[in-house]
Write a protein that binds this ligand. Structure first.
Ligand SMILES: Cc1cc2nc3c(=O)[nH]c(=O)nc-3n(C[C@H](O)[C@H](O)[C@H](O)COP(=O)(O)O)c2cc1C
Ligand code: SF4
Length: 370
């Protein structure tokens, strides 16, 4: 099977070592594990207060689509188990706005929030505007068979994010994340290559930032000061890093509590933590770094060097939801290692079946008794 994400994300040091037989030279901020990590004085395991929310540690489960029914028992158990594993913040996967609007999540959201909270983690949902409106493909500008969203449709989007975020708040979640990353609809408004609009949502950087900022402000206004507002942005794509730095600054002004910096497919081999660090230098709010950061020494170095405030660990928490606890309890030899094969996690995204893991047969089966 083609392994798209493996091409996308930089290979781990462990893989490089296996392939070349020599220990690779660590990138800056990406220490090779020498087992010097001590849980007792670790920044990674230290709490962080963001607004009124207390995060028990700096480990984040980033949003990852599961292809499970979020209102059903499988997703409930999947997320409960990951919160029980010790992550400080659990971000529930990209959830399309229309699923809030058609009521299909109403029965499931409160239980999901409670399950995550009962396990001691804070809970956020990632809100996603798909590349479709009314079932038809849309984009900022017309490309081939995809039509440009009208100004009226675009102007309605912040309100749709606000309503979805309010539903999350009412269900008991601590916050919501606006998915403005990874070259999807919202991210494309930021991109001069994709956004050739001539209305107030395209053209200058100010206008390309407008939709994202309006979404963030609308969520903040609808949900109040004590609700966490996160924004996920891909820094550097077909736009310069400086544009992302201005945007991050504006997101801070718009009331965003945490900026989640995620690399895009075009950043093969880039230094993920350094992108987060660049953004962090232009904002006062906490920043999340992500991308093969499960090695505790490497994660600790990123935090200690002030490059980020929170570390998201994705596939490694699919493979072993108990990874944080095992780090805390100095049981690292028990960690089920994510080998970055992308077979049953990313692979499932292409087939539509619920995700699993080639290293851990329990993934996706958490709702079944042992
Ligand atoms: C199966 C899978 C699903 C994902 N779904 C989402 C998603 O819903 N929203 C999102 O912003 N990123 C998504 N991502 C990206 C992750 O949040 C994360 O940024 C990426 O996996 C890199 O982190 P890692 O190297 O620790 O896995 C997904 C990744 C995987 C593997
Ligand atoms: S299938 Fe499992 S081991 Fe392979 S990349 Fe996904 S989470 Fe990691």
């Amino acid at each position: 099977m083609p392994n798209k994400a493996r091409d996308r994300w930089p290979r781990s040091c462990v893989e490089l070592e296996a392939e070349t037989g020599s220990k690779p030279v660590p990138e800056e901020g990406r220490a090779i594990s020498d087992k010097t990590f001590t849980p007792a004085n670790s920044l990674l395991l230290s709490p962080l207060h963001v607004g009124k929310t207390h995060l028990r540690n700096r480990i984040v489960l980033p949003p990852m689509k599961t292809n499970m029914d979020l209102a059903g028992p499988q997703a409930l158990a999947y997320y409960r188990v990951r919160a029980e594993g010790g992550a400080g913040l659990v971000i529930v996967e990209a959830t399309p706005l229309d699923q809030f609007e058609d009521g299909s999540l109403d029965a499931g959201l409160p239980g999901l929030a409670s399950a995550i909270h009962e396990a001691g983690a804070s809970a956020v949902v990632q809100l996603f505007h798909p590349d479709r409106i009314g079932g038809k493909r849309v984009a900022p500008s017309t490309i081939d068979d995809t039509r440009a969203a009208t100004t009226e449709e675009v102007a309605a989007i912040p309100g749709r994010f606000a309503s979805a975020a309010l539903a999350c708040r009412q269900a008991g979640f601590d916050g919501a994340e606006v998915h403005g990353a990874h070259d999807y609809f919202l991210n494309r408004f930021f991109s001069p290559a994709h956004n050739q609009r001539r209305d107030e949502y395209g053209g200058s950087l100010e206008k390309r930032m407008r939709l994202g900022l309006e979404c963030a402000r609308a969520v903040r206004r609808a949900c109040g000061a004590d609700f966490l507002v996160l924004y996920r942005h891909t820094a550097v794509a077909d736009y310069p890093l400086d544009d992302s730095l201005v945007f991050a600054e504006e997101l801070g002004r718009a009331g965003v509590d945490i900026i989640d910096i995620s690399p895009s497919t075009s950043q093969e081999g880039s230094k993920h933590a350094d992108l987060a660090a660049a953004v962090k230098s232009s904002v006062s709010c906490p920043v999340i770094a992500v991308g093969e950061m499960e090695d505790p020494e490497a994660a600790e170095a990123v935090l200690a060097e002030g490059k980020a405030d929170l570390i998201a660990i994705g596939r490694a928490l699919i493979a072993d939801p108990d990874l944080p606890r095992k780090i805390m309890d100095s049981r690292r030899e028990e960690i089920i290692e994510c080998i970055k094969c992308d077979e049953k996690c990313v692979g499932a995204l292409e087939t539509g079946v619920p995700i699993g893991c080639s290293q851990n047969p329990r993934v996706g089966e958490e709702h079944k008794s042992n």
